[in-house]
Write a protein that binds this ligand. Structure first.
Ligand code: XLS
Ligand code: NI
Ligand code: NI
Length: 439
């Protein structure tokens, strides 16, 4: 068993600490609204960004040296990275991690060989389970990296690639089940198109639905009880991805009678890429009963891509946690740090600093959101704003007793209508005030 982070010590030091390796707000056992912070937040570390990213970008080579990469045998290196992710999560007191199948083990010449490699690593993880409490929040299949997916995976024009994708997800479901993964994610990175000129739009989406039904059937067959999640994203790597945003994904689920089998895994940076705030996406999901899990990161609004930065903006996390609390929590989902270090952040300890920053920002957001709910001023304001629907004609509308004729009769001689102010400026200061109070 390899150790990589022996020099790193992490503790909770509280808000006055300036130690980059100490928590300022995340105090896992602190009780907020009757529940421990760690149970509200259910943090997870993303294997790919933590163990695999080395700072490569489209214009330049790797900038980060990671100790596990000095191991030349691919399987031994894969096992060492498993040691690394467990050690990393334990040091941070994070209970969960997430992976794509190909993050954790190397591809072989055939799918059979690839599956063999994966089995070796899965057995190794099962061994780790015996001495660790770290567990799998969700598993997924990487159906975007290999060139075979150039036209898509389940939305490809090549039936052999459809078959390959099915077999790959079959295996990914099996190993997620073996590890007691609590969720399984479908993110359709290549499930979209570059141009409509070469695309059978209708067939591609029908095939996507067929594929998801096959996944549901197979999960039932093997007794996998985890929650299925769709992770919407509008674009990148494709120009247009089919699960564009929460509303788009929900329409797709409803049309294909999959709405009872799937919830959504919503990511901050995907929300902003689709032109929505994160809180909009969560509000949409929770009011439709499909809030499943969250990918915690943040984007740079001046850049048009998925920069996957660690979340450090407390205003975003406060509004997100406000929605999560109002939705009754995210269990069995969690908060997965789908976030990577900036290319110049090259030290190994930066991996910890990034996660601590993210965990603290969500902890602060949780505390501020709890303050907002305890004060109840936002709720009171909204209730009052809509109070015309609590009695009289409004109540009658809501109860379905009115129609165009009756409403015309009611309003036609009434004269000018008086409206109330929306008071957005005042309400925004309440959010800032809650953050300051939570500090
Ligand atoms: C990419 C996605 C991806 C999913 C898992 O933008 O966020 O990382 O979370 O496949
Ligand atoms: Ni993601
Ligand atoms: Ni993403």
């Amino acid at each position: 068993m390899k150790k990589f982070f022996e020099d790193i010590q992490i503790s909770f030091e509280g808000k006055d600490s300036i130690n980059p390796l100490a928590f300022k707000y995340y105090n896992k056992d602190e009780v907020i609204l009757g529940k421990k912070m760690e149970d509200h937040l259910r943090f997870a570390v993303a294997f790919w960004h933590t163990m695999n990213v080395q700072g490569r970008d489209m214009f330049g080579e790797e900038t980060m040296t990671r100790p596990w990469n000095s191991i030349s045998d691919p399987i031994e290196r894969a096992k060492a990275k498993i040691d690394g992710i467990f050690e990393f999560c334990e040091k941070l007191s994070v209970k969960f991690f997430c992976f794509h199948d190909r993050d954790i083990s190397p591809e072989g010449a055939t799918l059979r060989e690839t599956n063999k490699n994966l089995d070796i690593v899965i057995d190794y993880i099962k061994e780790k389970y015996k001495s660790s409490n770290v567990r799998l929040l969700w598993g997924t299949a990487n159906l975007f990296n290999n060139k075979r997916f150039l036209h898509g995976a389940s939305t490809t024009s090549n039936a052999d690639v459809f078959a390959y994708s099915a077999a790959q997800v079959k295996k990914a479901l099996e190993v997620t089940k073996e590890l007691n993964g609590q969720n399984y994610v479908f993110w359709g990175g290549r499930e979209g198109y570059e141009t409509l000129l070469n695309t059978n739009f209708k067939l591609e989406q029908e095939n996507l639905a067929r594929f998801l039904h096959m996944a549901v059937d197979y999960a039932e067959k093997i007794g996998f009880k985890g929650q299925f999640l769709i992770e919407p994203k509008p674009m990148e790597p494709t120009k247009h991805q089919y699960d564009y945003d929460a509303a788009n994904a929900y329409a797709f689920l409803l049309k294909n009678n999959l709405q009872d089998k799937f919830k959504l895994n919503l990511e901050v940076n995907h929300a902003t890429l689709s032109g929505h705030t994160f809180e909009h996406e969560i509000r949409y999901a929770r009011t439709n009963g499909i809030l499943g899990s969250l990918d915690a990161n943040q984007g740079d609004l001046f850049l048009g891509w998925d920069t996957d930065q660690f979340p450090t903006n407390a205003y975003i996390t406060t509004l997100a946690m406000y929605e999560v609390l109002k939705g009754g929590g995210i269990n069995p989902g969690g908060l997965n740090f789908d976030a990577k270090l900036r290319r110049p952040s090259i030290d190994l300890e930066d991996l910890f600093i990034g996660h601590i920053a993210g965990m603290d920002t969500f902890a602060l957001g949780l505390k501020a959101a709890a303050k907002l709910l305890e004060e109840g001023l936002l709720e009171k304001f909204v209730e009052e704003k809509y109070s015309s629907f609590d009695s009289g004609i409004g109540k009658s509308i809501v109860e379905g007793k009115e129609n165009f004729d009756s409403l015309e009769k009611y309003i036609i001689d009434k004269g000018e209508i008086i409206n109330k102010s929306g008071k957005q400026e005042y309400l925004e200061t309440l959010v800032t005030r809650a953050i300051v109070k939570a500090l």
